[in-house]
Design a protein around this ligand. Structure first.
Ligand code: F6R
Length: 367
């Protein structure tokens, strides 16, 4: 049942290239230049009239929503807020018929997310569900469903469901951009082409895990660590931190790199591992200054970046692990794979039950 893998988590990490391909399948037209989402009932008119987007989810799906916010804002230039479902419901959210609410849920059964969906609908919002289970309660109640095609996910810690949610957000962002005319057809074709290379790029990362494994074994001896990043790298850092906590029980925090010096820097001392996700070229220099602040306090920094920046970063950090080159907007789909593998191998090094971490359930149907 584990298809030759020791654990479901590793099997599901390895199923990601297929999950990416399957989630894109039929949603890019034959020319390779246009996203088509015939499953959406939203008319062009409605899409043009959207004034704001609210993305609501829990846990890992919420972290996919943080990437989604960035992607939709960049591509379609619509204001987006992302909230955890258990908070959204109780903050008297401001929703109008021009609000597009997107709920994200692997299982489609998460109680808080389902309740948030109903709250949004009762306020007149159109709700689009991004879910991996098309027969689920959330899929049934939503006005529209954009299915992720990750296949069943068994390990408690979500991996391929998260990355398929990223693919769904890329597709949706491009589609909204097409309809609203915020990107040129050439720009859209450029992103699509880069998306189509992602499965192969993940495959190459999975064939090359020795360095990641050794790093995971190293940090498994630590009790605290930090993840830092800016923009999309910060969104991914939050998912990396959650994954590590879930399966290794090592305490970690993810910080927006520029926010460290507003308090958290006090916790950096000799030998504390800091994982800096540094793929976003536009803010790379800024992230490097934050890395230097950490190094000056004795922090031990791993940078995750593209090959082309490895050499320059090497001077400021203790170790660099590279990911294949892609467009800045798509890096999360690659960098998170490194973070998933760090979490997996750290758990293994500690001899823990990686597929069934203590205190956690796969589907949370209580509020
Ligand atoms: C983390 C994890 C949880 C779920 C969360 C939402 O690895 O699996 O954080 O992401 O409970 O679950 P769904 O997506 O089923 O609504």
């Amino acid at each position: 049942e584990k298809g030759g893998f020791d654990h479901f988590m590793l099997k599901e990490i390895h199923e990601q290239p297929k999950a990416y391909t399957d989630t894109m399948l039929g949603r890019i037209d034959a020319s390779g230049k246009k996203v088509v989402l015939p499953e959406l009932s939203l008319t062009e008119e409605q899409i043009k009239n959207i004034r704001n987007v609210q993305i609501i989810a829990c846990g890992t799906a919420y972290h996919a929503g943080l990437v989604g916010r960035n992607v939709i804002e960049q591509l379609a230039r619509i204001p987006v807020e992302t909230d955890v479902a258990s908070e959204y419901r109780y903050r008297a959210p401001i929703v109008t018929p021009e609000t597009l609410v997107i709920v994200v849920s692997q299982s489609g059964e998460t109680a808080d997310t389902l309740a948030a969906l109903r709250e949004a609908q009762s306020n007149g919002a159109h709700v689009l569900a991004i879910t991996n289970v098309v027969g689920s309660s959330i899929a049934r109640d939503a006005n529209d469903v954009l299915a992720t095609l990750a296949g069943p996910e068994i390990a408690v810690a979500s991996t391929k469901a998260y990355t398929s949610q990223l693919i769904a957000f890329y597709l949706l962002g491009l589609y909204l951009a097409e309809v609203r005319g915020t990107q040129t057809p050439e720009e859209i074709a450029h992103v699509i082409a880069a998306m189509q290379s992602l499965p192969e790029q993940v495959e190459s990362m999975l064939n090359n895990v020795d360095e990641v494994k050794a790093y995971a074994e190293h940090i498994s001896k630590h009790q605290h660590l930090f993840f830092i990043g800016r923009g999309l790298d910060y969104a991914v850092a939050q998912e990396g931190s959650l994954k590590l906590k879930e399966v290794s029980y090592i305490h970690s925090e993810a910080y927006a790199a520029g926010e460290l010096k507003h308090g958290t820097l006090a916790l950096i001392e000799d030998g504390i591992p800091v994982i800096a996700v540094a793929t976003q070229e536009a803010v790379l220099e800024k992230t490097v200054s934050n890395i230097k602040e950490v190094k000056a306090r004795g922090g031990e920094v791993l940078a995750i970046t593209h090959e082309e920046h490895a050499e320059s970063l090497q001077k400021s950090v203790d170790q660099v692990i590279t990911i294949p080159k892609t467009l800045p907007i798509l890096t999360a789909a690659l960098s998170v794979v490194t973070l998933q593998l760090i979490a997996y191998y750290a758990s293994l090094a500690l001899g823990l039950d990686v597929d069934k971490p203590r205190n956690l359930a796969k589907s949370v149907t209580v509020e």
